[in-house]
Design a protein around this ligand. Structure first.
Ligand code: NAI
Ligand code: MG
Length: 397
């Protein structure tokens, strides 16, 4: 396969550490690539007033594939306070660069797999009949719409006249919210478009089809959020009927899904949801398979795709030397990248190496030992970030 160029965007905090570790694994596994560095994150907000500089955007536009660590985002007042003095009051406003990236490049298909690794001490267990302890095998792919919905950014406090007057044309608004003084009114919209809702639902069906699953679960709340959730469910039902007659649609409400999650997680395999419910659902499932140290993701658009762990920059651990955090989520995100570009053999070898290390159970980062994140975790038997990576590399065949 032709040599690829990958844009690496380490970002802030532990993003920098774990991305480095993933590249070590890719190199050791024989993935033949060039890496170009892209600046991103808080540092560039503070210094330049732009956490996602144009030069990084150019790299992504050119090379199309990105590996992203994690960034730090802070509230509005902190963002203003930390901006370089010469940039203050020049009209810069902070916007999360990963959210900007998803919207700018239409990275609308977010895939978040949650799969049990055998032997992971963090695996979810439950009590079955007769008091036996069961460890259900979780194997779910969550398809989260990544650019619209409640995270679309269309929101106001004290909405302008046109918006307010528009809202006042709605009977429910008149009945229930007209009493509220406008400055005390905050409105966040939940916009779904047919085009992008169809794309995420289609991605879920295609995945189910190619992996032999017979059900796609739409995890929304169409009985209450009738327009947006209702649109997604209807699109899924029509797609099942017209394009995938072998695949059924199951409709679960997000709240009930959170309850069923621990009751019977093994019955779910392909879930599709809007932006926020997909975010919630994927974090919840990730909790069953080991949490943030294991949760990887892909953001896929028509041209560009970016792969990242779902954890953030964990600033409280960023200064630890040696680092205590688990690099597996980042390594598995790199595996998703390999699968996306068709490097199946290398992807499978890395996945197997990670699975072998976990199953063997000799090498564990602090999270796998259920320790709190303190520098003393090593004296309790935890390995550091680099040692975990080394263990994965040692298992590569
Ligand atoms: P976080 O994910 O950075 O950390 C939460 C906790 O999860 C940590 O304190 C640690 O206990 C655990 N954790 C995270 N990654 C781990 C790893 N690899 N191994 C072991 N344990 C791990 O979320 P938090 O603290 O809410 O946010 C910190 C910063 O990260 C914020 O500025 C936030 O805005 C940003 N963030 C960025 C994301 C991104 O870049 N996509 C996603 C989530 C948060
Ligand atoms: Mg999240």
């Amino acid at each position: 396969m032709a040599k690829r160029t990958i844009v690496t965007m380490p970002g802030d905090g532990i993003g920098k550490l774990v991305l480095n570790e993933a590249i070590r694994v890719l190199d050791a596994a024989g993935f033949d690539a060039d890496y170009v560095h892209g600046d991103i994150g808080w540092e560039f907000w503070c210094k330049e007033g732009d956490p996602f500089p144009a030069r990084t955007q150019k790299l992504l536009e050119k090379y199309k594939i990105g590996l992203f660590g994690a960034i730090t985002s802070k509230p509005k007042d902190k963002a203003e306070a930390e901006l370089a003095p010469e940039l203050k009051d020049k009209g810069f406003s902070y916007y999360s660069p990963i959210v900007s990236m998803r919207q700018k490049y239409d990275l609308d298909i977010c895939m978040r797999p949650c799969k049990t690794f055998k032997g992971n001490p963090l695996n979810f267990i439950r009590r079955g009949f007769g008091g036996v302890i069961e460890e259900p095998l979780v194997d779910v792919m969550i398809f989260r719409q990544n650019t619209e919905g409640l995270y679309g950014g269309v929101e106001w406090t004290n909405p302008p006249d046109l918006v307010y007057n528009g809202l006042m044309t709605h009977k429910k608004f008149q009945e229930n919210f007209a009493w509220c003084p406008r400055p005390d009114l905050a409105v966040s919209t939940r916009i779904f478009t047919r085009k992008y809702t169809t794309r995420i639902v289609k991605a879920a069906f295609e995945y189910a089809h190619s992996h032999g699953y017979k059900t796609v679960t739409v995890c929304e709340k169409p009985n209450v959020i009738r327009e947006t959730s209702g649109m997604m469910l209807k699109i899924a039902q029509e797609m099942s009927k017209n394009e995938y007659p072998d695949i059924n649609v199951q409709n679960t409400n997000i709240d009930a899904q959170m309850m069923w999650l621990t009751k019977n997680p093994e019955t779910y395999h392909v879930i599709v949801a809007g932006n926020m419910f997909g975010d919630i659902c994927s974090d919840a499932f990730a909790g069953l398979i080991g949490g943030l140290g294991f949760a990887c993701s892909a953001n896929i658009g028509p041209e560009i795709a970016v792969f990242e762990p779902t954890h953030g920059s964990a600033p409280k651990y960023a200064g630890f030397n040696p680092s205590i955090v688990n690099p597996i989520a980042m390594i598995l995100s790199a595996v998703m990248m390999l699968e996306h570009i068709g490097e199946m053999e290398i992807a499978a070898r890395i996945s197997k190496a990670v699975a072998d290390v976990i199953e063997e159970g000799k090498v564990k980062t602090y999270d796998m030992m259920k320790l709190s994140g303190n520098p003393d975790v090593f004296s309790k038997g935890a390995v550091n970030t680099v040692q975990m990576t080394d263990a994965v590399i040692a298992k590569l065949r």
